[in-house]
Design a protein around this ligand. Sequence first.
Ligand code: UVW
Length: 319
Amino acid sequence: MTNPAPYVGDLLRDAPKNWGKWGPNDELGALNYLGAAEVLQAVALVRAGKVFTLQVPMGNPVGDPVWPGRRGAERYQILDEGYWTVGKGPSFPGGLHYADDAMSAFLQGSTQYDALGHVWYDGQLYNGYDANSTIGGMAKASVLPIAERGVVGRGVLIDMAKYRGKENLEKGETFDHEDLMAAAAKQGVEITPRSILVIRTGWIETYFRDGKEEFYDGFVEPGLTYSPALVEWFRAMEIPNLVTDTIANEVTVDPVSGVALPLHCALMRNLGVTFTEICDLRKLSDDCSADGQWDFLYAAAPLKVVNGTGSPVNPIVLK
Ligand code: UVW
């Protein structure tokens, strides 16, 4: 019989926290590291006028890749030419026709920003906010402050799949900060302090290539894996934002402790690192391979959802 996983609060009992670092009312966490100097450093990386968008399609007829238990976005047509064809379209002075639609979507059901308060343990969210503040909507550390601020900085792409000579990492395959630095050295780029860390595993591409049955069969994503040294590296490097092409930005279950999503707790809840998930990084990676430039201006603004636990987003990269 295998040992039960420890309580995450015990696993992270001595883990570092950035609580209070930016004041008792802070809801932005490590995004506070991105000031004017970091924005201007990123602007200097725009040299060729290339533009990349990182969101996966939303409301896709083949389904949207989502965390098990969530549903992909459902789009409903509200108004189209068919209404006028049967004489039911509204009439406007001048006679214009138009199309309208609506969407029902998990706010974390596409490429997304997680609110800093999205995950917690010990009854406390990021910065020590009471977990009861999540009831009925996030009164604290929602996605709104991130949306109001926007995220702009130097992004650096590390392609772990390419580094390991694969199209994509396998189910449950792990890597850590040492692997990231080794891959960066091979790519000829440096992960400097305050870089927005963008990691390609090729995983989300498998949803579209191999189909959803294979994707969800024994669901365990590849990704970063917890260790105290990795958490300390994120803290010391002042990483403001972790962006990946997986649903949860980390291996689904830590193979050492058996704890699910410990980095959500150690990085997001404790250090205030913002998480951007479910990105499509293929075209960007292909371009970086071709021109040898793996760093760029990264910009993203989630939607201003009041009390939201997260929000869809279409991040933009400029080179
Ligand atoms: C969970 O935390 C369960 O999901 P996400 O990947 O949206 O962070």
